[in-house]
Write a protein that binds this ligand. Structure first.
Ligand code: SF4
Length: 341
């Protein structure tokens, strides 16, 4: 949510949905969205996590019962005494000042208690944090995910699904676009560093040779003197012009070609693969990096563990796992041999 959207939140803005046993399975936050909706905004609903619902409950308790806005000036504050007008909330400038004061307090506390986890300074000063930067920072982390590669850990996946599922209101939050732009850049950076690495093992699989050709073409655009362009703005421009349409995943790398993509439906958009519907063992767009081959080998070992416990598996499940094991092992053998040649 944008700062302006948060500041317009009112008392009782959270509603919940429960299952048949009374357990809460969804929290919804109701408010106003402002992107492209003029100064009055439009009614919108966000799906939020339980900590957000708890934060709203705390804010409701911090405000007097007759105060509708959650971010009105706190009752005892100097601002409330001086400028209280009904319906007036904290401005973005006040919040930015509060963030700066909090950051300063944290670093003073760390200094007094000899802690090393203070907020890093930039050029001898605390960074100037604005409310807008939080959205951008979150987009950056979601696009890259922790672990160093875009095929890495899925720590942010839960939040991501909730946020993308969540904008059920009349307005588009624009957050999806921010994350997708960041993801495209992260993907490009990852592939550019692959293209620059002459020592890595070759990609294998039905589309391995094509993947190598696309990486070589990318390297021609992004590598100078053996190094990927380090100027971020320049690299962003180059990558925007030269999309390889390579999509790294945990088990496979998709060398996207819409004409032979098994994940596409006739009605679906053709501009990118639907990785969630990937059919890696059958699709001719599949290529394998050494990390993909390792992930597949680990999966095979897990299948073997499950199959060893034959008595605890229903016959149908056992049969399906056996089929999967057979197909994965055959695929891996076929496309691992290529690397040894
Ligand atoms: S099925 Fe998998 S490999 Fe084939 S195009 Fe779709 S995502 Fe790529």
């Amino acid at each position: 949510m944008r700062d302006s959207e948060i500041k317009h939140l009112r008392r009782s803005c959270v509603s919940t949905q429960r299952d048949a046993d009374g357990r809460i399975y969804r929290h919804r936050l109701h408010g106003l969205a402002f992107k492209g909706e003029g100064v009055h905004g439009a009614a919108a609903t966000w799906i939020v996590t339980a900590p957000v619902a708890r934060a709203v409950a705390v804010l409701e308790r911090c405000q007097p019962a007759d105060e509708p806005y959650l971010f009105a000036h706190p009752l005892k504050s100097a601002n409330h005494q001086r400028h209280h007008i009904a319906g007036r909330v904290r401005t973005s400038a006040t919040t930015i000042k509060d963030i700066a004061a909090l950051a300063k307090w944290i670093n003073t506390y760390c200094g007094v208690h000899a802690r090393t986890d203070s907020i890093p300074e930039v050029g001898g000063h605390l960074p100037h944090l604005t409310t807008r930067k939080f959205r951008r920072t979150l987009a950056w982390f979601i696009a890259r995910r922790p672990g160093g590669t875009i095929a890495g850990a899925l720590q942010y996946r839960h939040q991501r699904i909730q946020m993308f599922e969540g904008y059920a209101g009349t307005s588009d939050s624009g957050f999806r676009d921010e994350v997708e732009a960041e993801e495209a850049f992260a993907r490009g950076q990852f592939l550019a560093s692959m293209g620059a690495d002459d020592d890595r093992p070759a990609l294998t699989g039905p589309a391995g040779a094509e993947a190598e050709a696309r990486l070589a073409e990318l390297a021609r655009q992004t590598v100078f003197d053996g190094q990927v362009v380090t100027d971020e703005a320049r690299l962003r421009r180059i990558l925007a012009r030269h999309d390889t349409h390579l999509y790294p995943g945990t088990f496979i790398t998709c060398v996207y070609n819409p004409d032979r993509a098994l994940c596409r439906t006739p009605a679906g958009a053709a501009d990118q693969p639907v990785m969630a519907d990937c059919q890696p063992l059958a699709c001719r767009n599949t290529a394998l990096t050494s990390a993909n081959r390792q992930a597949m080998a680990d999966h095979l070992a897990r299948l073997e563990d499950a199959l060893a416990d034959r008595d605890r598996l229903a016959p149908y499940i056992h049969h399906r796992l056996e089929e999967q094991h057979h197909a994965t092992a055959a695929f891996l053998t076929r496309h691992t041999l290529e690397t040894a040649e």
